[in-house]
Design a protein around this ligand. Structure first.
Ligand code: CA
Ligand code: CA
Ligand code: CA
Length: 206
């Protein structure tokens, strides 16, 4: 029976689309700017208010290097020479408040950190705190930069606070990404189209 196979195909299609993760982008983030060591580890492209060339200046209402899609390809001592590199580096435990204009669900937070194994006082952080929940970070083997993934975040709202807890003098991050499994409008459109097709198929059968 053709329509049974058609229904099965549509169901499989809808199921795979539903499982696909959406990757919401924040509309802005607020935080303290990075610090200066051998070089400046500032959020060089930050678009909001605040001094982008001042250590620990309050930055607000904009986006910058933590959400620009650019992921550092190497350790800080390679990418940050001479200045304006892709990382932001702090000598404090920064809290970054990510703001979504519309209420947004977040299941997963991914953060790209440097892991210089202590070179220059830069190590992987010991933990990440997301809206009060602590996620321990294991220092990966070797010294390559790495992605840390916090799963099961279960956040729905507008403002998501993320704190990096240092394990050494410095913490360096180059990108933060969010994901959720909520179906997007296109998914609903696909499902409606599928239901319509099933209706057509069953009418033809009759
Ligand atoms: Ca920078
Ligand atoms: Ca970046
Ligand atoms: Ca390591």
């Amino acid at each position: 029976m053709k329509y049974v196979r058609l229904c099965a195909a549509i169901a499989a299609c809808c199921a795979s689309t539903l499982a696909a993760a959406a990757t919401p982008l924040p509309d802005s983030y607020d935080m303290l700017n990075g610090n200066t060591g051998s070089y400046h580890y500032w959020d060089d492209t930050y678009s909001g208010a605040g001094c982008t060339s001042c250590d620990n200046a309050s930055l607000s209402g904009g986006l910058g290097q933590l959400t620009d899609g650019i992921v550092a390809s190497d350790n800080w001592y390679v990418t940050e020479v001479p200045n304006n590199g892709p990382y932001v580096g702090w000598t404090l435990d920064p809290t970054i408040k990510f703001h979504f204009n519309a209420s947004t669900s977040v299941d997963t937070v991914k953060i790209h950190f440097d892991d210089a194994d202590g070179y220059g006082g830069v190590s992987a952080p010991s933990a990440v705190i997301i809206n009060g929940n602590t996620y321990a970070v294991t220092d990966p083997a070797g010294y390559a930069p790495f992605w840390f993934t916090a799963s099961g975040v279960g956040f729905i709202g507008n403002d998501l606070n993320v704190t990096f807890v240092r394990n050494n003098s410095w913490v360096f991050a180059s990108e933060v990404q969010f994901a959720n499994a909520v179906p997007e409008p296109e998914t609903y459109a696909l499902m409606l189209a599928g239901i319509a097709l099933i209706g057509v198929a069953s009418r033809r059968r009759r």
